[in-house]
Each structure stands twice: as C-alpha cells, then as structure tokens.
Design a protein around this ligand. Structure first.
Ligand code: SF4
Length: 232
C-alpha cells in the first residue's frame, strides 16, 4: 500500500498554546444545572464532514484549546460562561436530538456533568476532539478524534479508541497512524482547507488528498462541505 509523503504547502510546526489561557473547568455545583461552562457559540446546522456528513446536529463550541494549529479557523478564545440550565434552554429551541461537542478542545470540559444532564433528556452526544486528553468512559455516544500530532513533535495522542479517526492530511506519512487505526471503526483523510487562500491553492490539497485516498483505500475522503455551502 502506498504511503508516500507528497509535497504540499509547508505547514510550520506550531507551539502548544499557553495553558494559562485555557478556561478552567466550572466548579462542581450541587445542582449540575447551575454549573458553568465556557461557551463560544451554539448553533443548529448540518454536519459538514466525516462519517455523519449531512446529519442535522446542534453544535456546542466550547472555549479554549490546548493546541494552536496553523489552519485553525475556529474562534475559541472568546467565550461566555453560562450555566448548563441556560445551555439546555437554548437546546430546547431546536428540534434536534444530536449534539456535537466541539471547540476549541471540548475534552477540557466536565463531560461527566454534561452527560449526566443531557443523556436523560434524550440527547445523543458526539465529540470532536484532538485526542490529546483521554475521555472518561461512557460519557459520549460518538467519538471523533482528529489528531494534530503531525504538527507537534511533543504531542501524544491519549484517546486511542473511538468511532472515527479524521486526519487533516498535509503530506504526512500515514504510517504515523499505524498505532491508532485499529482503535477506530472509520478512517478519514481530509484536505487542509484555508479560507484565506484561493481556490487553486486549496484545490492542490483537494487533489493530492484524493490521490492519497485512492492509493490507501482503507481511508475515506472527508470534505468540509459546510464551507462550500457557506454555513457554519
Ligand atoms: S486542535 Fe482544533 S480547535 Fe485546537 S487549534 Fe487545532 S484545529 Fe483549532
């Protein structure tokens, strides 16, 4: 099976973000509904990439991340601390039972309390994580790990099992995921997409990732369709 490194636009090794700006977990409260969480935004949309592409989902974007990827297009450094009661009230304004925790890095949050409150309300919980923080068992129903260790020489992936392994392909050897693939049911390669670049620049990444998947058919292609539609 081909596993060559193709030349793509150089992606710099980037530093891990200063941990002092990561929001602290809200203090445990006797009433979990009064516990606070740092929320950047909540919105109802369609899952645009990966296994659940096309599935209506509510996204909760939590503040803070422990990494600082060069292509990151999410504004996770400005959030509002709101209670879980406020989160539930907002959730109830949408007719959807699938929630995706995203960020930033949602594994920084108190997932046990979120599960304790949201599961009995009938919500299915998915998480999109960079995999650097091991998740507590049984708190979410779908785990998507999108490792960024191709960018960070010192980062270790600690969440090594899940449903979906989604790799942003920037030219790295796929053999670097040999220890991870067995722990996941579905495997996706996704081209890096930079909104600041033009269609030709991004098109090279699309085409190269397409060729990489054809050469490594155990992986599937994931495209960020929500970006084409111009929705979140
Ligand atoms: S891990 Fe995700 S949210 Fe964090 S900086 Fe990288 S791309 Fe952005």
């Amino acid at each position: 099976m081909e596993d060559e490194t193709r030349e793509l636009v150089a992606v710099p090794i980037v530093p891990i973000i200063d941990e002092s700006i990561i929001p602290k977990k809200g203090l445990k409260n006797e009433d979990p509904l009064e516990q606070e969480f740092p929320v950047v935004e909540m919105f109802y949309s369609i899952q645009g990439e990966g296994f659940h592409v096309g599935v209506p989902s509510i996204f909760i974007r939590f503040g803070g991340c422990n990494l600082a990827c060069s292509w990151c297009d999410t504004k996770f450094d400005e959030w509002e601390n709101i209670t879980l009661r406020q989160i539930v009230e907002k959730l109830e304004s949408w007719d959807c039972e699938r929630i995706v925790f995203t960020g930033g890095e949602p594994a920084l949050q108190d997932l046990e309390t979120l599960s304790q409150v949201l599961h009995p309300l009938g919500y299915s919980l998915a998480i999109e994580t960079n995999g650097t923080i091991e998740l507590p068992e049984g708190v979410v129903d779908w785990i998507c790990v999108s490792p960024k260790n191709q960018l960070y020489t010192s980062v270790k992936i600690r969440q090594c099992v899940g449903d979906e392994l989604k790799v942003v392909w920037v030219g790295q050897k796929l053999s670097m995921y040999d220890d991870l693939v067995a722990g996941f049911t579905h495997h996706f390669l996704q081209p890096m997409y930079e909104e600041s670049k033009d269609a030709a620049w991004n098109g090279i990444n699309f085409q190269n990732t397409n060729e990489m998947v054809k050469s490594n058919p155990k992986w599937r292609l994931s495209l960020q369709t929500h970006k084409w539609m111009g929705v979140e």
